[in-house]
Design a protein around this ligand. Structure first.
Ligand SMILES: [Mg+2]
Length: 339
């Protein structure tokens, strides 16, 4: 990106001017990152970026691809899309307790659309600046709209939160509220209608997710495992249970939900809470004697946290209703390849 070499021009068969345009939108922050010092010793402008880890730390690296129609709708504003493209990667870093450092952006664009790029870059850099993460490189090409971000963060060696550490009798916790993004998706699909204010509220959750970076960092040394809710609570906690060789029982009545979702029919609430993707909240486990410290971590991070269940020895996920009765047919998670 910003590396408008002759070979690049020939390969894409586009005039140099269009890549200069892209450089104008994305080159700024990358060059600023270069002078800021810190992790990015050298950003855009050479064949590779040069990153310097902090002493005694480990890098964490994650990549996410966003494809139109699959991960976002054409109705989303470019600014919100820029925010979300980075937010989903920051959410993975948050789930590991990482401090965000650098990211790489690869874009395929059907055409160079100045208004789109300006909005996208604005949303992207507003979040990047707020989270102290620097664009350190990437690539652009002509093609169907496709957004790829690779993000890197660091943690003190050995302190990354992993999916494999949940232990029997640990509490299961979740941050924020679940299910609003799915509710918004149902409105877009036409299966549901909401008032304009309700729709704006849940649409914001879907299009502008807030990665729980501060909470993830506050949970270092406290949570025994963590994962972010990208594909739905049931599926994502399933990854933890599998990696940790344990099971869990969740209490449906304790799953935190917005007032908008709480006013919906029971069955729809259940679907949104358990399988709604795109929430980007953190689900994590911690021993019962850490309850007070977990609540304090949530307060310090400005993110409410709720105890929603317990880790059991018997494998698999169980959900119980307000009376403690098992909920049959727990809906499974949204699967990109099955839907
Ligand atoms: Mg994840």
């Amino acid at each position: 990106m910003g590396d408008s070499s002759d070979s690049r021009e020939r390969r894409d068969g586009r005039p140099l001017g269009e890549f200069d345009l892209i450089d104008r939108f994305f080159g700024r922050a990358a060059r600023a990152g270069r002078t800021e010092g810190g992790a990015v010793a050298l950003g855009i402008g050479d064949d590779c970026a040069l990153l310097t880890p902090s002493a005694g730390h480990q890098w964490l690296v994650t990549a996410d691809m966003l494809v139109e129609g699959r991960h976002f709708l054409s109705t989303v504003s470019p600014r919100r899309l820029g925010h979300k493209a980075l937010a989903v990667n920051l959410s993975d870093l948050a789930a590991c307790g990482a401090t965000p450092r650098a990211f790489f952006l690869s874009l395929a664009l059907p055409r160079v659309d100045e208004a789109f790029l300006a909005g996208f870059a604005q949303g992207l850099f507003e979040l990047a600046d707020a989270q102290g993460i620097v664009l350190a490189g990437g690539d652009t090409t002509a093609g169907p709209l496709n957004l790829n971000i690779t993000a890197m963060g660091e943690v003190p060696a050995g302190q990354a939160l992993l999916r494999s550490g949940a232990r029997v009798d640990d509490d299961v916790w979740v941050s924020g509220t679940l299910g609003d993004a799915r509710l918004a998706l149902e409105v877009f699909r036409g299966t549901l209608s909401l008032s304009a204010t309700q729709f704006e509220e849940v649409r914001l959750r879907m299009e502008m997710p807030e990665p729980r970076v501060a909470l993830g960092k506050a949970l270092r040394g406290l949570a025994t495992s963590a994962v972010d809710v990208s594909d739905g609570l049931a599926g994502d906690i399933g990854h933890v249970l599998k990696r940790s060789n344990v099971g869990a029982t969740l209490r449906l009545a304790d799953l935190p939900r917005s007032a908008v979702l709480g006013a919906m029919p029971e069955e729809l609430q259940r679907l949104c809470l358990l399988t709604g993707g795109d929430d980007y909240e953190l689900v994590f486990t911690a021993p019962p004697d850490a309850r007070q410290r977990v609540l304090e971590a949530g307060r310090a991070a400005g993110t409410p946290v709720y105890r929603i269940g317990r880790i059991d020895e018997a494998p698999g996920l169980r959900v119980v209703d307000g009376m403690g009765r098992p909920v049959q047919d727990v809906p499974q998670s949204f699967d990109h390849f099955k839907s």
